[in-house]
Ligand binder design. Structure first.
Ligand SMILES: *[C@@H]1O[C@H](CO)[C@@H](O)[C@H](O)[C@H]1NC(C)=O
Ligand SMILES: *[C@@H]1O[C@H](CO)[C@@H](O)[C@H](O)[C@H]1NC(C)=O
Length: 389
């Protein structure tokens, strides 16, 4: 296999870009961990949540900005109680959810849960359709900070409703609106981060910012190179929709997947960072390798992801470069930062050396010298072009 390599540069010599942000939720892409890839339903427990919070502290991840401990599908019992409430599975949450959120908050971290807009979650647990207000009241009472909202068993022309509807009766907006309104209604008590997971349907990037703080723009990342290519390449065309308070969510980081080599992991992390995707680890932190740990602890890339300007990088075509190919990762990316420009040189489909003249980079555009820093090696330089090592 050819080696694949991502090189990311920050040229530091252009004037400060203006940014005027309010205080609120989701002004930067959220960073954290999610349980699903770790052990699917079995990881939806207090034990995993608390062990991960401890790992955030001991591995230095909290200090780098990893904040949310998010539990995915299967945390509740299979049916609601007689009052219509969701019930945390007592085998997984022996002391309830609040005991866990209290502990996580005391560590300076945040806690997320998962629900679904249909009548069942994807794994067949109770969905929130018709229970939006009371479910939000319950989340608020537990001190939950984040709510991922999936799209299984939603209104469908197929009968009975399938897990994944191919002929929806209405737009996903129809069933995401009641939950958005319930979350807005509780805003004075608790500000929840609302993460839409409609798998990129109905061009969610065009309306996601009026419904939530982040939205999945594709179907799942399956942890293979094909997923990284499919999702990463399609982020280029929708970059303009990401801004503070509303970000394209490229799905969990599948670093630690046995299907990715270290260069592919670097590209995966770097591309998610510069496209301002949430950085949500989908791996078991007890089993993380040193090389993966080095990548997820790259402070330069994290700072680029969390930059206050909050605008996603996209592709640009230098003179003489070939046209982008759909579904493949184009080598040349750039986007604005508060103190310069981030340039991504991604050997996505073929190994090799890539060069760029700064005058060809959107946001730079003249022939003077720029200071630059490569984010994986820390190498710095000063000139009118740069070439990957
Ligand atoms: C990982 O790094 C730690 C600390 O530097 C070291 O003690 C350990 O031996 C390394 N493990 C591997 C598998 O290289
Ligand atoms: C960068 O290079 C230019 C041109 O050689 C030079 O004028 C400038 O002083 C250098 N800047 C720094 C900070 O080294």
């Amino acid at each position: 296999m050819k080696s694949k390599e991502a090189v990311l540069l920050s040229a530091l010599a252009i004037p400060q870009l203006a940014s005027a942000l309010d205080n609120g939720v989701g002004l930067k892409p959220h960073m954290g961990w999610s349980s699903w890839n770790v052990a699917q339903c079995n990881a939806a427990s207090a034990k995993y949540a608390l062990a991960t919070a401890d790992k955030f502290a001991s591995l230095g991840l909290k200090d780098l900005g990893y904040e949310y401990i998010n539990i995915d599908d299967c945390w509740s019992t299979k049916s609601r109680d007689s009052a219509g409430r969701l019930v945390p599975d007592p085998a997984k949450w022996p002391n309830g959810v609040k005991a866990v959120t209290d502990r996580i908050h005391s560590m300076g971290l945040k806690f997320g849960l998962y629900g679904c807009a249909g009548d069942k979650t994807c794994a067949g647990y109770p969905g929130s359709e018709g229970h939006e207000k009371s479910d939000v009241a319950q989340l608020v009472s537990w001190g939950v900070d984040f709510w991922k909202y999936d799209n299984c068993y939603t209104p469908c022309r197929q009968n009975p409703r399938p897990q994944t509807c191919t002929s929806p009766s209405g737009s996903t907006k129809t069933w995401y609106a009641p939950m958005r309104d319930a979350i807005l209604g509780a805003q004075n008590t608790r500000k929840l981060h609302f993460n839409l997971c409609n798998w990129g349907r109905d061009e969610v990037w065009t309306w996601g910012a009026t419904y939530g703080h982040s939205w999945r723009m594709s179907v799942d990342n399956w942890g293979d190179w094909a997923s990284v290519e499919r999702i990463g390449s399609s982020a280029a065309g929708i970059h303009q929709y990401s801004s503070p308070g509303g970000f394209n969510d490229l799905d969990m980081l599948y670093l630690g997947s046995p299907k990715l080599n270290v260069n592919q992991e670097r590209l995966h992390f770097g591309l998610w960072a510069i496209t301002k995707s949430p950085l949500v680890l989908g791996l078991d932190l007890d089993k993380i390798s040193n090389s993966t740990l080095t990548i997820i602890r790259n402070k330069g890339l994290i700072d680029i992801n969390q930059d206050s300007v909050g605008k996603a990088a996209t592709t640009f075509r230098p003179p003489g470069a070939p046209s982008p190919v759909g579904g493949k990762i184009y080598p040349y990316w750039a986007g604005p930062l508060s103190d310069g420009v981030v340039i991504g040189l991604c050997a996505g489909t073929s190994a090799g050396t890539y060069s760029v003249n700064f005058k060809d980079v959107p946001g730079l555009g003249d022939s003077r010298s720029y200071l630059w820093k490569e984010m994986h090696t820390g190498q710095t330089g000063n000139g009118s072009s740069v070439t990957t090592a």
